[in-house]
Ligand binder design. Structure first.
Ligand code: HEC
Ligand code: HEC
Ligand code: HEC
Ligand code: HEC
Length: 218
């Protein structure tokens, strides 16, 4: 026995559900990782990074990375200046960050995927470069679970806040001074598929610095 009022409430809740469905599904289309309109990307969304067939099996510093990966990586001997100011080879970065650097350090072409060398390079604000002294530490500089400073929240606090149950957001493992540790990577703060729809592809919105407060007890 539903009156018109009840019907319209029902209609409104369907609309709300649809909005939630749109939010919880991927947001790569329309994000800055939506390459479909870029001339270098063959009008493909996933292909510059992943391929269903003939993918490279990427292993970096002994750790598997890059599922069905299709994009070229920085050369094995590529030198970075780490946050600590050391000149270090690839091995100083964690495996996720290396995947990002395959476009963002500017040494490898954007269209270097599927075996092509490519010729279009990232420029402008998206270019991070190889000098990481002015970027939030990734890889070796960000040791965990034994941080050098005690201002970091317990791991579970920010794992819940920043990552939810996202598999991808987990910290990367790597060897630091001979000990296997979990480290912060580019993909700790950023979600390459734009899931959640936050600006700068962030995992959570950084309004009022809440991304920073998730880890730093300041
Ligand atoms: C800019 C690069 C980039 C683009 C574009 C991209 N991905 Fe990814 N994707 C990644 C990275 C980095 C990972 C993590 C790699 C790893 O697990 O080692 C990943 C992981 C995944 C995973 C496994 C983990 C997860 O998050 O579920 C799936 C599935 C996936 N991508 C599907 C897609 C599909 C489908 C598209 C196109 C709609 C796409 N990706 C576009 C970079 C990208
Ligand atoms: C296939 C090349 C490619 C790979 C791999 C890639 N990116 Fe990007 N990324 C781009 C391009 C192209 C842009 C757009 C730059 C621009 O608009 O000038 C971009 C933009 C971004 C932005 C800027 C977002 C904004 O809204 O301004 C962030 C953050 C970012 N990428 C993070 C990452 C992270 C983290 C990874 C690794 C998990 C990654 N990217 C891997 C090509 C790539
Ligand atoms: C601790 C969190 C954190 C880590 C780790 C991190 N980022 Fe970011 N990144 C941010 C935030 C927050 C922004 C938003 C803009 C700002 O505050 O500069 C951002 C902005 C960006 C942008 C856009 C810059 C612009 O001006 O358009 C790019 C590209 C980017 N990050 C790539 C990377 C890459 C590549 C890595 C790994 C080397 C990385 N980020 C590691 C938090 C992080
Ligand atoms: C996933 C957790 C995490 C997030 C999110 C995060 N940080 Fe960090 N941050 C770390 C870790 C780990 C270190 C390494 C130093 C340490 O052990 O204390 C660090 C180091 C730093 C340092 C000190 C570097 C030094 O010289 O010792 C600053 C400053 C900093 N982060 C600022 C930020 C800001 C600003 C944000 C938000 C954009 C942010 N962090 C987000 C984990 C995080």
């Amino acid at each position: 026995m539903m009156g018109p009022g009840a019907t319209s409430i029902h209609g409104a809740s369907v609309a709300v559900l649809l909005v939630f469905a749109a939010m919880s599904s991927g947001q790569i289309i329309g994000s800055s990782h939506d390459f479909t309109g870029a001339g270098w990307a063959q009008a493909q969304s996933c292909l510059p990074c992943h391929t269903p067939h003939n993918a490279s099996r990427v292993e970096i510093n002994g750790y598997a990375a890059g599922r069905l990966w299709n994009h070229s990586l920085p050369a094995p001997g590529q030198i970075y200046k780490t946050y600590a100011g050391d000149l270090a080879r690839n091995e100083a970065l964690d495996s996720y960050s290396i995947l990002c650097m395959g476009c963002h350090d500017g040494t490898v072409a954007l269209d270097s995927f599927g075996g092509d060398p490519g010729s279009t390079f990232l420029t402008g604000g998206g270019l991070v470069g190889t000098d990481l002294t002015k970027q939030h530490p990734v890889g070796v500089s960000a040791a965990w679970p034994e941080p050098e400073s005690s201002d970091l929240n317990p791991r579970h606090t920010w794992e819940n806040q920043v990552f939810g149950n996202s598999r991808m957001g987990r910290l990367r493992l790597m060897m630091v001074d001979g000990v296997e540790r979990s480290v912060v990577s580019c993909a700790t703060c950023h979600e390459p598929h734009g899931r959640g729809g936050h600006e700068y592809l962030l995992r959570i919105d950084n309004a009022s610095s809440q991304l920073c407060f998730a880890c730093h007890a300041k």
